[in-house]
Design a protein around this ligand. Structure first.
Ligand code: ZN
Length: 270
């Protein structure tokens, strides 16, 4: 009888050890599935004499520079995002976009679903609305958002926060004057020039309206209220969405900016 209990006790101990090993194994497997977000300590800015300052209809205080190097064309905007500001859900067709968020505090959202037809945006009567997944960003994080996804962001803090936008011209884009997929021309058309940073212009109803109505000309579907393209919001993004990146193009961009700043004449920035 005593022998039997000893045997049973041993069995329980062995089973417990196996259970711990299995649970630990699953946990570390999950940890591996979780994405490791790319971060950059700084993002280079092309040293041009006067970046173009524009107030975006969604409240962004933009400083635009565009660079061209052979068939690489991109626009970079160092921006200040006031508390609560940020664009409503939209879709790019001619550009792919990165956000570099030096201080965090911006909540990005993005769909997994893609809407490749400019004439079929994510509305109920066209492409159908979508779930968007939120991502609360950490300081210095870089987030990539490729064309065709519904996305946007909000400054969820109570203070103005910096954000660097980078848009690269997609290969499928028609030719725009600045070779950047039309993004800067879009903001030139719909935004309001800033003459004095300490005395910002008012965002007019007309600017808000044009932000939406002029968008398709530049390959953008821009919604005018949050639930136009969005059916629900989740904070559990599928890992396939989180693992999307485009470091190859991002490195080309960083390379071009650094080359320009070192006097390389093969890069034009303006
Ligand atoms: Zn965008």
């Amino acid at each position: 009888m005593k022998k039997y209990f000893k045997w049973l006790l041993n069995l329980i101990v062995i089973a417990a050890v196996i259970a711990v090993v299995i649970v630990h194994g699953i946990q570390s497997l999950e940890a591996k599935v979780l994405p490791s977000f790319k971060t950059l300590d700084g993002f280079p800015t092309p040293k041009v004499e006067q970046p173009e300052r524009i107030l975006g209809p969604a409240g962004e205080i933009f400083e635009f520079t565009t660079c061209n190097r052979k068939d690489l064309g991109f626009t970079i905007a160092n921006a200040q995002i006031p508390a609560g500001a940020g664009p409503l859900p939209h879709i790019h067709h001619y550009t792919n976009e990165w956000f570099w968020i030096p201080q965090g505090n911006l909540e990005l959202f993005q769909s997994f679903n893609e809407y490749p037809d400019l004439n079929q945006p994510a509305t109920n009567d066209k492409g159908g609305r979508t779930i968007v997944y939120t991502l609360d960003t950490q300081p210095n994080q870089v987030v990539y958002s490729s064309k065709y996804h519904v996305h946007g962001f909000v400054n969820t803090s109570s203070e103005t926060r910096p954000l660097t936008f980078v848009w690269i011209q997609d290969q499928t884009s028609p030719i725009f004057t600045l070779n950047d997929g039309g993004i800067r021309q879009y903001f030139q058309e719909v935004g309001i020039p800033i003459k004095d940073l300490n005395n910002l212009p008012q965002i007019t109803d007309e600017a808000r309206k044009k932000f939406v109505t002029s968008a398709p000309k530049y390959g953008i579907n821009q919604s005018n209220y949050f639930l136009k393209y969005v059916s629900s919001v989740s904070n559990q993004p599928p890992s396939a969405l989180l693992n999307v990146s485009n470091d190859q193009d991002l490195n080309k961009i960083i390379d071009a900016i650094n080359a320009y700043n070192q006097g390389d004449k093969s890069v034009k920035c303006f």
